[in-house]
Design a protein around this ligand. Structure first.
Ligand code: SAM
Length: 211
């Protein structure tokens, strides 16, 4: 199985063909070995066009959704980014290719440990992982120029909006089990400006300021 070739097909068929254009984002998806983030028994589906289970009833998101969320953040390379929902660590690895520093929070200890091991083995030096309720954010490291929430919540968790830098962008699935919309939130003069992107399906953001 030529995984580099399969990865290239994923980038061409699932990302480029659906409108992902940011050259740096496409390069990151070509580089990061997604198969290292999925359970061994699902290796054959590592580059498939759907989410996969990663344990604890959680998922690694569909490649296109990871790419879309990443592209909408319009990353230049200098940013400090906060991710809520480390999961497998795949989104964190993609971000680490594109920004200065990634901070990521996961509520399940087992998932955080596994992601940490995977990311260390791959040599990432610019990702910090912690275990806890991500809806509280990471106040010691705030403010963040970008925040990405990879689990669904009916409203923007207030601590996270507070920890978003002025002029910063946050992307998240807003909604619950009945329906969710991928939403981009920009902070301008301290106020949220929101833009709906598309419908989506994510596991719930479970925490004090989530579901
Ligand atoms: N970004 C992940 C990846 O690349 O594999 C996929 C994330 S998965 C769709 C959502 C993750 O959010 C799950 O691992 C879940 O445990 C986590 N999560 C849910 N609520 C959370 C919270 N309050 N704080 C931190 N993590 C949370």
């Amino acid at each position: 199985m030529d995984l580099a070739l399969i990865r290239k097909s994923m980038v061409d068929d699932q990302l480029r063909n659906r409108g992902i254009k940011d050259r740096r984002v496409l390069e990151a998806f070509l580089k990061v070995e997604r198969h290292k983030f999925v359970p061994e028994d699902l290796l054959d589906n590592a580059y498939a066009d759907f989410p996969l289970p990663i344990g604890e009833k959680q998922t690694i998101s569909q490649p296109y959704i990871v790419a879309l969320m990443t592209e909408k953040l319009e990353l230049k390379g200098t940013e400090r980014v906060l991710e809520i929902g480390t999961g497998s660590g795949y989104q964190a690895a993609i971000l680490a290719e594109l920004v200065k520093q990634v901070y990521t929070i996961e509520r399940f200890d087992a998932l955080a440990k596994q992601a940490q091991a995977t990311l260390l083995a791959m040599g990432y030096q610019n990702i910090k992982i912690t275990v806890g309720d991500g809806t509280l954010g990471w106040p010691e490291e705030a403010p963040f120029e970008r925040i990405i929430i990879t689990a669904a919540t009916p409203r923007v968790p207030q601590p996270l909006f507070e920890q978003l830098a002025e002029g910063g962008k946050m992307i998240l699935p807003l909604g619950d089990f009945a329906g969710q919309v991928l939403t981009l939130v920009e902070k301008k003069n301290g106020q949220p400006h929101t833009q709906d992107i598309c419908g989506c399906v994510f596991v719930p953001l479970v925490g004090k300021f989530g579901q």
